[in-house]
Design a protein around this ligand. Structure first.
Ligand SMILES: Nc1nc2c(c(=O)[nH]1)N[C@H]1C(S)=C(S)[C@@H](COP(=O)(O)O)O[C@H]1N2
Ligand SMILES: [Mo]
Length: 367
């Protein structure tokens, strides 16, 4: 077992790669899994450590200038766990992906390392989330027509970096997205949220970078003006020589593809191996996935399987019978229904966010 005390669930090394307070899912261990990622396999991204929260004493506080009320008096309303669970339920399936997923590839593929958790491509998972629509709660709290942004905040410990205390994890979200399809989730794949994934209640912001889906939710500020936190002003925005200095906070990641195969996997020569993988986009279903087994010289369309919806991913496969032994580079390139196609390279950004170029996956054909 890996020993990171910041995560509660077991992290067997055959399922996870240890990144200190974070745990990356190993795609090569997912061949037997269905469409959704089981809770015990789901990657964990913790700025600090998983807090243990008692649902009986837990409260969600909703407050701020974006709520109806008498002028000059701050409005605030609290919901407890039972009240929340008694509201009309809502379910959705959504991918949660860390904005830094693929960060290691800025170094490995483009020669420009970026600081931060060196994820390969396993900081992503898909679950069925059940809870209540955030719109339901905001409407009951009396959100004003001129509210602009909300700021959900976690109950985990303050995030301290290089001696600077940045406070609790919190990130502004525009009211439009909050009222559209954002969920206050208390179940993940039919079970109460596991501690590491936000128990008792987390936000799920479909199609947006993972950091928007604040875990262990304790309060939501609703404001009639725009809001700022380090999570939208310092981190989780694109900065660097190819980006305008003011930048803009990350919202939807673009298109990505992965093979469900170990890095440097061995594949038998003169036998058929069915290559399997998944592709997803933050904005639309996937139209097509092309696979190359010869380093990008020739491409063949993969067969798409099963569900293929916006906010989800699609499974695909392609049988491959290698004829030559030795090192090979596999590539998978997806295009979504908005015509967004994975590029060969992406411009560098200092945070190492949103690596969405085609991944060059090394394998060795043996025998
Ligand atoms: N309160 C809180 N919410 C959080 C985080 C955190 O550290 N604290 N990490 C965020 C980030 S960066 C990501 S990618 C997702 C990861 O969700 P998971 O750990 O359930 O996979 O949670 C987000 N919500
Ligand atoms: Mo993240």
């Amino acid at each position: 077992m890996l020993s990171t005390s910041s995560i509660v669930k077991p992290l067997p090394p055959e399922w996870f790669v240890d990144h200190d307070t974070n745990a990356e899912m190993r795609w090569d261990a997912t061949a037997d899994l269905g469409y959704r990622t089981p809770n015990e396999r789901f990657f964990v991204r913790n700025h600090t450590a998983t807090p243990r929260i008692d649902a009986k004493t837990w409260r969600l506080r909703v407050f701020g200038s974006g709520l109806l009320g008498a002028p000059g008096i701050e409005q605030a309303i609290e919901f407890d766990y039972r009240q929340l669970r008694s509201l009309p339920g809502y379910e959705l399936e959504a991918v949660i992906e860390c904005a830094g997923n693929g960060r290691r590839l800025f170094a490995q593929q483009q020669g420009t390392p970026a600081p931060g958790t060196p994820w390969t491509v396993g900081a992503v998972g898909l679950a069925r989330w059940r809870g209540v629509r955030l719109a339901e709660v905001l409407n009951r709290a009396g959100i004003r027509g001129d509210a602009v942004e909300i700021m959900p905040q976690g109950l985990d410990a303050n995030y301290v970096e290089d001696g600077v205390d940045h406070g609790h994890v919190r990130r502004p979200l525009p009211v439009g997205k909050a009222l559209d399809d954002t969920l206050l989730a208390f179940e993940m794949n039919g079970e109460p949220l596991p501690p590491d994934h936000g128990y008792p209640v987390r936000l799920v912001v479909p199609g947006w970078v993972g950091v928007a889906s604040v875990k262990w939710l304790g309060q939501i500020e609703v404001a009639n003006h725009s809001l700022v936190s380090p999570w939208n002003s310092t981190w989780y925005r694109m900065t660097g020589p190819d980006y305008p200095p003011e930048g803009s906070p990350l919202t939807r990641p673009a298109v990505k593809s992965v093979f469900q195969l170990a890095w440097d996997a061995c594949v038998p020569a003169s036998a058929v191996t069915v290559l399997t993988g998944r592709s997803w986009s933050g904005s639309a279903p996937i139209r097509q996935v092309d696979v190359s087994t010869d380093g990008g010289r020739s491409w063949q369309p993969a067969n798409l399987r099963g569900p293929n919806r916006r906010d989800g991913w699609v499974r695909w496969e392609l049988p491959w019978r290698p004829t030559r032994s030795g090192p090979h580079t596999l590539l998978a390139r997806a295009v979504d229904e908005n015509d967004t196609r994975q590029p060969d390279t992406v411009p560098f950004n200092e945070g190492g966010y949103l690596f969405w170029a085609v991944v060059r996956h090394p394998v060795t054909v043996v025998g």
